[in-house]
Design a protein around this ligand. Structure first.
Ligand SMILES: Nc1ncnc2c1ncn2[C@@H]1O[C@H](COP(=O)(O)OP(=O)(O)OP(=O)(O)O)[C@@H](O)[C@H]1O
Ligand SMILES: [Mg+2]
Length: 262
């Protein structure tokens, strides 16, 4: 061995791109009797793309919402970029600004134009000038392929276009992390790919992403890691190839046989 060369990386199932950005440790949450998050532990490194899949009711959305502090947790800890999630106040607002969130149901402001939807937070929260915010917004709209829709209201756009605007809006805050909860589930089939293409582009650009989706093509193409959840637990954590080709748990085998048969 050449002592001037760094040691080869030790075997590791995951692609570890950077230092930890999101650290989830022993997180528990109940809704009454229901143990909706059961001892959740995971680390998402900077630049990693993690796809979360699992049956309905397994806790995927709750986990996403907990990471963005839209839900409280009973115990355990979640930190982002070395900072424990604040309970409330200015520190929480700052954290929210650092974490982009894209939902199934676009959630654009209906009475504001596409351009205004993008510039609102940067001008109000980041105190950017309108001119600078608009020029950045136009670049982002161009990046997601809807620059020609800037003056329209959301209702005048297709679902796929609206979701791409929602992605551009989350990017406008220059987030450290983007959480997406079933971003293509509400879309007509012919619009799914235009949104997935934008998501693959973000992944290639090195954006750290946690994506709840049943789009297996996206998971295979873009994910570094798949988390499979069932009954509030992370049952499997593996690379997409390992997970889809060699699931180890009965729960995952059963789930995959159901979704892949269609
Ligand atoms: N506010 C709430 N109050 C009580 N129970 C809730 C609440 N929100 C979610 N639950 C329950 O917690 C469980 C997990 O819900 P969650 O939305 O996280 O599941 P999910 O994995 O995202 O499911 P889906 O694939 O259907 O979106 C479900 O049984 C749900 O009914
Ligand atoms: Mg959900």
């Amino acid at each position: 061995m050449d002592p001037t060369q760094p040691a080869p990386p030790t075997s590791n199932i995951t692609v570890r791109r950077g230092e930890p950005l999101v650290v989830v440790e022993h997180v528990d949450k109940h809704y009454g009797e229901l143990h909706v998050l059961n001892d959740i532990n995971t680390v998402v490194n900077r630049g990693e793309v993690v796809v979360v899949i699992g049956p309905s009711g397994s806790g995927k959305s709750t986990l996403c919402r907990a990471i963005n502090r839209l839900e409280t947790i009973d115990s355990g800890s979640i930190s982002i970029d070395g900072q424990k999630l604040p309970e409330e106040g200015a520190a929480l607002a700052k954290l929210r600004a650092d974490v982009g969130m894209v939902f199934q149901s676009f959630n654009l402001f209906a009475h504001k134009t596409v351009l205004e939807n993008i510039t609102l937070a940067p001008t109000r929260v980041r105190r950017m000038s309108r001119k600078a915010a608009e020029s950045e917004a136009m670049e982002l709209l161009d990046r997601v392929g809807v620059a020609n829709q800037a003056k329209k209201l959301p209702a005048q756009l297709s679902g796929g276009q609206q979701q791409r605007v929602a992605i551009a809006r989350s990017l406008a805050m220059n987030p450290k992390l983007i959480l997406m909860d079933e971003p293509t589930s509400a879309l007509d089939p012919e619009m799914i790919n235009e949104v997935l293409d934008v998501m693959v582009g973000l992944a290639k650009d090195g954006m750290t992403m946690i994506v709840v989706t049943h789009e297996m093509g996206f998971a295979r193409k873009a994910a570094d890691r798949v988390l499979f959840m069932a009954d509030g637990r992370i049952v499997e954590e593996a690379t997409p190839a390992e997970f889809f080709d060699h699931p180890t748990s009965d729960r995952a085998k059963d789930f995959l046989s159901k979704i892949l048969d269609h």
